[in-house]
Design a protein around this ligand. Structure first.
Ligand code: NAP
Length: 280
């Protein structure tokens, strides 16, 4: 149990929600914040920043770097980290991504130096693609429709469960021994999209298929759905990291930090199928 007060940005999101639940189980006073939360925090509205951080011991930072437009992750996270430390926050855990090259012209690890230089104890989390993209996120509509069309070729990705990411985040927020660490978080197995979607098809008994599409054709298709061009390129470049096997090697970080294996994709698929999330 702990007497710490912890702020969770992105507290309604895929990792943030699970961080909130796990912090509560540990007895922490939790402040979940986002644009739609009771504690309002908006990266685009600086008047919301200081109130959210007042009286907080540790904070989980989820940025908004995947939004289109002129988002400058490093500048925003640097400004926020400085404000947090001035408000007395002693520990910062920053969620980034296991993507080391630029996507859509942006770096997804640009904010890391800001927390490292903040003066707070810091931990950086760099997860691979989440399992929950298939049942809560960007891939859900495709799975439900029966066709997951992506420019991922036959590349491999060691998808990770957001609950494992949240468990590591909570350890870093509450326990000792994680300060100054950059954790690359993956699941235990690298899967192609064909294999991942195949597992979902078998578990649901539905005809669901992965189709590899061309990078530019995918960008054009998204633009055709009124997705802003810079965001379309961002998403396609992100998927191209899978196609090119950029982050395909599983890491042992979840086991090192939590003392147990990461959750397997098959277990996730079995549970999600039983919940009926992919039923149509
Ligand atoms: N999805 C993946 O596979 C994956 C893999 C590795 C790393 N990541 C990283 O994880 C982070 C979150 O991505 P996600 O796709 O998983 O999203 P998510 O956490 O499921 O949702 C985004 C969260 O941020 C909040 N939010 C969105 N815009 C905001 C803003 N302008 N100001 C304040 N809060 C805002 C949302 O709540 P409100 O709408 O209520 O504001 C929500 O709680 C990103 O930095 C991404 O790079 C994602």
């Amino acid at each position: 149990m702990t007497d710490k007060t912890v702020l969770v940005l992105g507290g309604t999101g895929k990792t943030g929600r699970r961080v909130v639940d796990r912090l509560k189980e540990r007895g922490a006073a939790v402040r979940a914040a986002s644009r739609s939360s009771a504690v309002r925090f908006d990266w685009d509205d600086r008047t919301t920043w200081a109130p959210a951080f007042t009286g907080v011991d540790a904070a989980y930072l989820v940025d908004a770097q995947d939004k289109p437009g002129a988002w400058d992750a490093e500048a925003a996270i640097r400004e926020l980290s400085g404000l947090a430390v001035d408000a007395g926050v002693r520990r910062l855990v920053l969620l980034q991504a296991r993507v080391t090259e630029r996507v859509g012209g942006k770096s997804l690890i640009a904010g890391e130096s800001a927390v490292r230089e903040s003066g707070a104890e810091w931990t950086v989390l760099r997860p691979n693609w989440f399992f929950q993209n298939f049942d809560e996120g960007v891939l859900l509509d495709g799975v439900r429709s029966g066709t997951v069309a992506l420019p991922a070729g036959s590349g491999r990705e060691p998808f990770v469960d957001t609950d494992d990411v949240a468990a590591v985040a909570v350890a870093a927020l509450l326990d000792e021994g994680h300060a100054g660490q950059t954790y690359e978080l993956s699941g235990a197995r690298s899967l192609t999209l064909d294999e991942a979607v195949g597992e979902i098809a078998r578990a649901t008994g539905r005809d669901i298929r992965y189709t590899a599409v061309d990078h530019q054709a995918y960008v054009d298709e998204l633009i055709g759905y009124d997705v802003p061009a810079d965001y379309a390129l961002f998403v396609a470049d992100l998927v191209a990291q899978i196609r090119d096997n950029k982050n395909a090697e599983p890491t042992d970080t979840v086991r090192r930090v939590l003392g147990r294996e990461p959750r397997d994709f098959s277990d996730f698929v079995k549970d999600a199928a039983a919940r009926g999330v992919w039923d149509v």
